[in-house]
Design a protein around this ligand. Structure first.
Ligand SMILES: Cc1ncc(COP(=O)(O)O)c(C=O)c1O
Length: 399
């Protein structure tokens, strides 16, 4: 019998008291103390230099180039704009292959760049794409591959890069979730033609909103620098269109502090993962998805698959029960991008051809990690999920 919930009537969905009085979210939300933040903002106010490639942005880009081991890092307003700029900078046209098991921004950014997505499957174990899943989706008019590195793991970018080079296809990486992750002895950042990282508040390194484009291609970097701003910096290059994708000094200050804190937050995430691992090991029907193809993850997310048959209820019903207890688990990703607007209506031929993606979308959920989640919280979440399973025959139907 569970000490947390001795009977089915003790669950909040059945009228019992919620386990957590403070809801636990899934995002990282690693922010500096108010004192550090105020100090950084005061210095910006004193300099009166707020944006337009100011000193903090210059410092951040140099630090990121060194950390990622790439020749060029261009900070941007967010990763969505970064993906859009990278696609335009690369001059991509026509169709691009990408996974449908990704955040909608991957496909939305390509659509803004005038590209047509051709969705491919992911490996059902790792959730990542592979040369085989991409190859299965290739059509004659495909001009590039947009690969995604998910969950603080990777899609084995070295292998994909070798395959894409054989095919003569440019490769752009959406590494929004992959900052600080290393694979094959290298940090993500230098694979393919370019990689794009997100510094959204939910990511391990954060500037609230923000991101960067990393590339070893100097010409591409110069082109994107000229497109990123309505007036260029460094060497002016003729570009068809410009936009405002600049990062502000306030964002850069946050990102610099977040970089200072990164190793601490990575370790903390790893320790939370260890507790989830042991706490859910004996709960049949739940599987923690480990970050694959990496030597070092950032442990950005804690992804759990729910097998409805083994667990005794669907992922969606489990989430209803968790939410009522204050555990804000998220269906991330649901539905697959191929089933979202406008891709479902514009490209209906993509919709019913991705069974592995649809299967994952019906069983994946993210559990709370990050700054607002303590070690004892995770122990209690695991005990709670164990208790839900114990009372599944009653709770599954007790709507
Ligand atoms: C895989 C992926 N791509 C793109 C994005 C978009 O990042 P941003 O919010 O910085 O635009 C995200 C954000 O969650 C993401 O997870």
């Amino acid at each position: 019998m569970s000490a947390l919930k001795p009977s089915a009537a003790d669950f909040a969905v059945a009228g019992g008291t919620p386990l957590f009085d403070r809801p636990l979210p899934v995002g990282q939300l690693n922010f500096p103390s108010a004192e550090r933040y105020e100090d950084a903002m005061r210095r910006i106010m004193k300099r009166r230099y707020f944006t337009n490639h100011g000193p903090l942005v210059v410092e951040l880009e140099a630090r990121l180039e060194e950390y990622l081991g790439v020749r060029n890092v261009l900070t941007v307003t967010n990763a969505t704009i970064g993906l859009y700029l990278a696609a335009l900078g690369l001059g991509l046209t026509g169709k691009v292959v990408m996974p449908a098991f990704t955040f909608v921004a991957t496909a939305q950014a390509m659509a803004w760049a005038g590209l047509e997505p051709v969705f491919c499957e992911v490996d059902p174990d790792t959730h990542q794409i592979s040369p085989a899943t991409v190859e299965a989706a290739i059509e004659p008019e495909v001009s590039a591959v947009v690969a995604v590195n998910l969950w603080g793991g990777s899609c084995d970018p070295g292998r994909l890069e070798a395959w894409a080079s054989d095919q003569g296809l440019p490769l752009l990486f959406d590494s929004a979730q992959g900052f600080g992750v290393s694979t094959g002895g290298r940090r993500l950042g230098g694979f393919g033609a370019a990689e794009v990282f997100s510094f959204h508040a939910t990511k391990v390194v954060s500037s609230g909103e923000g991101g960067c484009i990393a590339t070893n291609d100097d010409e591409l970097a110069e082109r994107i620098r000229n497109m990123r701003s309505n007036y260029g910096i460094r060497r002016p290059i003729e570009v068809p269109l410009t936009v405002n994708g600049r990062m502000s000094e306030g964002q850069a200050a946050l990102a610099l502090m977040s970089l200072d804190d990164f190793e601490y937050n990575r370790e903390r995430n790893a320790s939370l993962r260890n507790i989830y691992r042991s706490g859910l090991a004996a709960v049949d029907g739940s599987r923690i998805v480990e970050p694959t193809h990496v030597e070092a993850s950032n442990h950005y997310s804690l992804v759990c698959e729910v097998d409805a048959g083994e667990f005794g209820m669907t992922r969606d019903r489990l989430m209803e029960i968790l939410h009522a207890e204050g555990v804000l688990a998220r269906r991330y990703f649901f539905p697959g991008v191929h089933r979202t607007t406008p891709f479902d209506s514009d490209f209906p031929r993509n919709v019913d051809v991705l069974p592995a993606t649809d299967h994952l979308c019906s069983r994946v959920m993210q559990l709370p990690v990050g700054a607002l989640v303590g070690h004892d919280d995770v122990e209690r979440i695991c005990d709670l999920i164990g208790a839900v399973k114990q009372f599944a025959p009653v709770l599954a139907v007790n709507r």
